[in-house]
Design a protein around this ligand. Structure first.
Ligand SMILES: [Mn+2]
Length: 334
């Protein structure tokens, strides 16, 4: 598998690297590392995504081009090229049009989501990896090309943003082994922590404060939830981007094993409700993906999300019911 991927990358002169919609640190870090690698190998590379990069991760894109595209480019990469999708579980979360018309080049799908739909021509899916960043680290370290410090920094950011800086249950011995390789390539964990952790604004903290005043536990203290309305975002001058990692705070309530943050979505003009985005986190044996899938969402066992097309109060109450039902079922090893 790895050899096949390295071989295609080697032989292709034009790479189109695609991060998933509403990108997170993992997909941006992996994309940025591959973009840098491609340029280093004198390939013609385009690094694209259907949505802009969150400002939190924009330091990874300082001297490389990142293109927001609304659909697959007409004439790139073309035959002799390759498309690489990173951290993307299905074609719909990638670039619009990815699978709609026949491409004249292969799609390489590199991902760690257990529900990956194998939409590529080569599908390298590793559900035990704590981040796709681990997989791209393995790819680069087993390649003849090695990795530069900038590439290693991007991959370290990919890892820590998906595994909670090596604190989530998904973290393994391998995660630390790959981290060691990235440190050998010049990564400073301290500098990256500062870049990622000390970059909030007072507005973002006021938004988080609004959510925290509504923290509620239920289901015998097994579950907790909070929510943000359209007005909260407008009052603080923030957007849903500012909610990244906010849901994880709820897991700091003692005894809580399944949590959710509901954010009311806005139409692009800031007006009427366009549904509610729910981020769900769980601790074993509970399963965030199972609850998200009831509403047509997906993700990982312990971190998942969905969009509920109901007004905010109804969405919160529906989600609470499903979470309560989920945790009150008999679970093995509870
Ligand atoms: Mn990921």
């Amino acid at each position: 598998m790895l050899e096949d991927i390295l071989d295609i990358l080697q032989k292709s002169d034009r790479w189109l690297i695609i991060s998933h919609e509403k990108p997170d640190g993992d997909t941006i870090g992996c994309g940025a590392a591959l973009m840098r690698l491609g340029k280093r190998l004198s390939k013609e590379v385009v690094f694209a995504c259907a949505d802009p990069c969150p400002t939190r991760y924009s330091f990874l894109l300082d001297d490389i081009e990142f293109t927001v595209l609304r659909g697959m480019p007409e004439d790139f990469p073309g035959s002799g090229g390759v498309v690489v999708c990173v951290d993307t579980s299905n074609a719909a979360r990638s670039m619009p049009g990815l699978r709609e018309r026949p491409l004249s080049c292969p799609i390489i799908n590199i991902d760690h989501h257990i529900d990956n739909e194998r939409y590529g021509d080569i599908n390298w899916v590793e559900p035990t990896a704590s981040a796709t960043g681990e997989m791209v680290t393995e790819l680069l370290t087993s390649s003849p090309w090695g990795m530069t410090e900038d590439e290693a920094v991007a991959l370290y950011v990919a890892m820590v943003s998906d595994n909670g800086s090596f604190s989530f249950a998904s973290t393994t011995l391998k995660s630390h082994d790959y981290a060691m390789k990235l440190l050998e390539a010049g990564v400073s964990p301290n500098r990256i922590a500062e870049e990622l952790e000390s970059n909030l604004t007072a507005d973002v903290l006021r938004l988080w404060g609004a959510a925290m005043t509504r923290a509620t536990t239920f289901a015998d203290g097994n579950c907790a939830i909070y929510w943000l309305s359209r007005e909260d975002f407008i009052d603080t001058g923030t957007s849903r981007q500012s909610t990244e990692n906010l849901v994880n705070f709820l897991l700091r309530i003692k005894g809580v094993r399944m949590v959710a943050l509901c954010s009311e979505l806005m139409e692009p003009d800031g007006s009427s409700c366009a549904g509610v985005r729910a981020s769900i986190r769980a601790r074993s044996p509970f399963n965030a993906r199972e609850v998200a899938s009831i509403f047509g969402g997906g993700g990982h066992d312990l971190a998942a999300g969905c969009t509920i097309m109901e007004p905010l109060p109804e969405a919160v109450s529906l989600l609470r019911q499903e979470m309560e039902t989920h945790v009150s079922r008999p679970h093995i090893n509870r």
